[in-house]
Design a protein around this ligand. Structure first.
Ligand code: ADP
Ligand code: MG
Length: 461
């Protein structure tokens, strides 16, 4: 490892490199291999002098960067090895002759810094998730258009962009697509993509080691911040607080923020009201479950990209009809069939498809959940989920609630008591009453009949 090679000649025979290796390992664990290669891997370890750990850096730039961003944690790591260590000293000393005296200019330093940051961030991005590979349909066109807008224009027209929808419907794909496109158009821009979970872990680590400065520096000095799956920070109070401050700071500076969650801002539970309300200030775009056309389009596009295997149209249509849960499963199904065909060296047929996907098809058959029905009905009637499940008896809320109960009875195998429980702990007689009521009304009320037909079709995909 280059980190220690350069000082080998200075080491006495009893010099122990193990602590340095362990410090390096901890650094990698906490900051990642990339940060290690860029920063700590540049340092040489000279040993311990009294209470000081002595290190060397090849340039002033590297030394300053480490001192500003990592010194506190490095000291923690050293102290875990040896509690007597009270300070670090980083001397500038070229490790290799060709590096001597090459002090970067301010511009070079800034460029190196931007590059290091960009490289660290893009490691989390999937190269397959681009706008080109995203298939647009009715259910995701608003989300797509909004994402494109952010990626392609410099002015901030809505902030934040809040994308929400169930799992596997393309939220992460769109975020990565934004990041790739911004980076392509404008490599100097600082784009940070992070899962809410990672945001939380980094924040907690920063708090624990009293190093929130670097954390704030990282997240509050970006041009575009994207936080994926914010439902993860629900009920995590201090993280929420920090997230909110970061978010406010960025929005106030007119820096673009993009957020995703598995539900709308108003349906996020355990997140403070002021945060929820501010999350809704920009554009809220809902990604709906896919419809048949979109599923077929996605399958066609994936099948085209796969070279060497021909997937008959009837197989694609079959998959689009039967795998309705989400795009991730849909892709998985297609991949499985293609992999199987390649493996056994036979062309793909309907029989093969049914055979290979037996379990998946069965799972999708009984897939519909009460939760999905509730969401679909709330959506359809423009209600919040929480409103629909509430105690309120106003007709415009009670009727959709009864419709949702009715559909839950018709479209799932759940019992009346079970359905009652899922509707805010109601009694099974309430559910029974609702089911009868809707059955009765449906006969004479053509509008209601229409709504039910449409909802059923929507839910069946
Ligand atoms: P989410 O983050 O909403 O859970 P992902 O973005 O991870 O979902 O998407 C799951 C998978 O489905 C990914 O492989 C993604 O590329 C694919 N996918 C989702 N929507 C589309 C789409 N409209 N076009 C092409 N691929 C899609
Ligand atoms: Mg995701």
């Amino acid at each position: 490892m280059g980190a220690t090679g350069g000082v080998a000649s200075k080491l006495s025979s009893d010099f122990d490199l193990t602590p340095w290796h362990r410090v390096s390992d901890k650094f990698k664990q906490e900051f990642g291999q990339h940060a290690y290669n860029t920063w700590l891997g540049q340092l040489g370890y000279e040993g311990i002098d009294g209470s000081t750990a002595e290190l060397t850096a090849p340039t002033k730039f590297v030394r300053d960067w480490i001192q500003r961003n990592y010194a506190a944690r490095l000291l923690d790591f050293f102290q875990a090895e040896n509690p007597r260590i009270k300070s670090l000293s980083i001397r500038i000393a070229a490790r290799r002759p060709e590096m001597v005296a090459v002090q970067p200019t301010a511009a070079e330093a800034a460029a190196a810094q931007a590059e290091a940051v960009a490289a660290e961030e893009s490691s989390a991005l999937d190269p397959k998730y681009t706008f080109d590979s995203f298939v647009v349909g009715k259910s995701n066109e608003l989300a797509y258009a909004a994402a494109k807008r952010i990626a392609e224009t410099d002015e901030v027209s809505f902030n934040p962009l809040f994308l929400h929808g169930g799992v596997g419907l393309g939220k992460t794909h769109l975020m990565h697509a934004i990041a790739w496109e911004v980076r392509r158009r404008n490599p100097q821009k600082r784009v940070v993509y992070v899962s809410a979970e990672k945001f939380m872990f980094e924040f907690i680590a920063a708090l624990r080691f009293k190093d929130t400065h670097a954390f704030k520096q990282k997240f509050r000095t970006v041009d575009l911040l994207m936080v994926d799956d914010v439902q993860f920070i629900a009920n995590k109070d201090s993280t929420q607080e920090e997230f909110f401050h970061t978010f406010n700071a960025l929005v106030d500076n007119r820096c673009q923020v993009v957020i995703t969650a598995d539900r709308s801002p108003t349906d996020l539970e355990g997140i403070e009201e002021r945060i929820i309300s501010r999350l809704g200030w920009g554009l809220v775009a809902d990604i709906h479950p896919t419809d048949y056309e979109l599923r077929l389009g996605i399958l066609q596009s994936k099948a085209e990209q796969a070279s060497g295997v021909i997937v008959p149209a009837e197989v694609l249509e079959f998959l689009a009809r039967r795998i309705t849960s989400n795009v991730r499963e849909l892709e998985g199904a297609l991949n499985r069939v293609m992999a199987y065909a390649t493996l056994v060296g036979r062309p793909i047929t309907m029989d093969m498809t049914r055979d290979v996907l037996q379990d998946l098809i069965r799972a999708n058959d009984r897939k519909l959940t009460i939760d999905e029905i509730q969401r679909a009905v709330a959506d359809y009637f423009n209600l919040r989920l929480s409103e629909m499940l509430s105690e309120r008896r106003a007709r415009n809320i009670a009727r959709p609630r009864q419709i949702a109960m009715y559909l839950a009875k018709q479209m799932t195998s759940r019992s009346l008591p079970e359905i009652g429980r899922r509707f805010g702990g109601r009694d099974h007689t309430t559910v029974m009453h609702a089911v009868r009521k809707i059955e009765d009304l449906r006969r004479d009320d053509s509008q209601l009949d229409d709504d039910l037909t449409r909802l059923t079709r929507l839910l069946e995909g």
